[in-house]
Design a protein around this ligand. Structure first.
Ligand code: IPE
Ligand code: IPE
Ligand code: MG
Length: 252
């Protein structure tokens, strides 16, 4: 029997990634943590372009958690500078490739130049129809649910909505990423097996994939391996990562 062809409906529609291990990767090379964060950008680029070539609907990347402010002030400010630099450098390329960029999280804590840069990047790419790239920055799953509940409480307070009419759908409407399907596949690098307050509601039924690779070593092949695992996990039919590569070349 010929190898079954991989078809688009087998692929996860929404992949969420906890990009962890930059610091340990740098330490292994005898370099400062910041070096790891810089090299991490390359892995982000490769991951996004692979997902886009596969026609994945959405990729949500955890870049900075609401807990990461607890890091040394020097690291936090270097991460903010890097965020600013990446937005300046990469957005045109994303736009050229028809990708839609969205930043999720509490943006009010960022400097105003960064907030302006974010708003411009989102506006530039908002009508693009390719893969949606969500970057979670100052994001926390508990924060997300809290802000949704606050908005919902206001509609109840104003008499627009009766408490008895609150459903899972009404809550979902106020959460980040309400316009996208829930996460199908969650990937975390660096060997840690926890979700660190990432998307809580949206990952309720996600398949969880943990790899020992540190984030700077992630890229096309590791992403294909994770998707292969996902497809086999779903027991649809066991494809191989070579088949996925073939699928990518056919859809290019
Ligand atoms: C993930 O790598 C990036 C951010 C949280 C910004 P880490 O910086 O957490 O790297 P490790 O976990 O210390 O190795
Ligand atoms: C989670 O990584 C957040 C991001 C990848 C941005 P951390 O390295 O901050 O998570 P913990 O603290 O080890 O759980
Ligand atoms: Mg970490």
């Amino acid at each position: 029997m010929a190898d079954p062809q991989v078809s688009a409906e087998l692929l996860p529609q929404h992949i969420a990634i906890i990009m962890d291990g930059n610091g340990r990767w740098a330490k292994q090379q005898g370099k400062p943590r910041l070096y790891g964060h810089r090299v991490a950008v390359k892995a982000v680029r490769e991951t996004i372009s692979t997902a886009s070539r596969l026609g994945i609907q959405a990729v949500t990347l955890f870049a900075f958690s609401s807990e990461n402010w607890r890091r040394p002030q020097e690291e936090v400010s270097l991460l903010m500078d890097l965020f600013m630099m990446v937005l300046t450098r990469e957005v045109k390329k994303l736009h050229k490739n028809n990708l839609k960029l969205q930043i999720i999280g509490d943006k009010t804590r960022f400097s105003s130049p960064l907030q302006i840069k974010i708003a411009k990047a989102e506006a530039l790419t908002q009508n693009n129809t390719g893969t949606v790239v969500n970057v979670a920055a100052n994001y926390g799953g508990k924060w997300d649910i809290t802000q949704a509940v606050k908005q919902l409480a206001m509609t109840v307070d104003s008499g627009e909505l009766a408490p008895a009419d609150i459903t899972e759908e009404t809550i979902s409407q106020y959460l980040c990423l309400s316009d996208l399907p829930d996460v199908d596949l969650m990937i975390r690098t660096s060997g840690e097996c926890r979700i660190s307050n990432f998307l809580l509601w949206q990952m309720a039924y996600a398949e969880l994939y943990f790899t020992d690779l540190f984030w700077p070593d992630f890229g096309e092949q590791p992403l294909l391996d994770a998707i292969t695992w996902f497809i086999n996990r779903e027991r649809r039919f066991g494809c191989t990562s070579e088949q996925l590569q073939l699928f990518m070349s056919q859809t290019a």
